[in-house]
Design a binder for this molecule. Structure first.
Ligand SMILES: [Zn+2]
Length: 207
């Protein structure tokens, strides 16, 4: 499935819901903001990279999305509504603010939809959750993300959610470092960029 290979996604959040939030670059900078999910196929490539759909599921969803282009666009829109609610909730938490009640209610409603489509079945040598799609399988990715977001919000790990310290980045991640000192989404990207900026500023002062 060559069309679904997509190197533009990074999975640095240590959590599916946070990685999903990070499908917008430079969110707070209107000039440099970059949407990474521009089609249902982007969403599918992201889900495959995140490991929440199998190759086989991705191929089935791809066929379905090609057949029902309008439904695929609607599913992408719903996924972005969920994504923006997750961003507002977890960036508030990262800044030690209370998330808006309406956003938590929105996540709750997506999670309820997800739960309504879950069933227990055999798998992996034991029992697992399976998704019962019944015609709206294009939302399968959204259900997975909603479940992850609801689980994160109600877990102790939520206190480790951080926003990247780079001015414009705003990517979110779980700080699982032993001394809880992780500041950057990705040291190679934002950490180095910020260091270069500080260096330039120092240079400007001296000059
Ligand atoms: Zn960053």
């Amino acid at each position: 499935m060559a069309t679904l290979q997509n190197p533009k996604f990074e999975f640095i959040g240590d959590d599916v819901a946070l990685d999903f939030v990070n499908t917008v670059d430079n969110r707070d900078d209107p000039e440099r903001r970059k949407e990474l999910l521009n089609s249902y196929f982007d969403l599918l490539a992201w889900a495959l990279g995140a490991g929440i759909v199998s190759e086989q599921e991705a191929q089935e969803l791809q066929r379905h999305a090609i057949k029902s282009a309008m439904q695929a666009r609607a599913a992408l829109r719903r996924a972005k509504v969920l994504r923006e609610a997750l961003y507002r909730i977890f960036s508030a938490i990262a800044e030690q603010r209370q998330p808006a009640t309406g956003d938590v209610a929105l996540l709750d409603s997506f999670d309820k939809q997800a739960m309504a489509h879950r069933r227990i079945g055999r798998g992996g040598g034991g029992y697992q959750w399976h998704w019962r799609a019944e015609g709206n399988e294009l939302d399968l990715i959204l259900w997975n993300v909603a479940k992850a977001g609801a689980e994160l919000l109600t877990s102790d790990s939520v206190y480790n959610v951080r926003a990247c310290a780079a001015e414009r980045c705003r990517w979110l991640f779980l700080d699982t470092s032993r001394n809880h000192a992780r500041r950057w989404c990705d040291m190679r990207v934002c950490g180095n960029r910020e260091k270069a900026r500080r260096f330039q500023r120092r240079g400007a002062v001296r000059g």
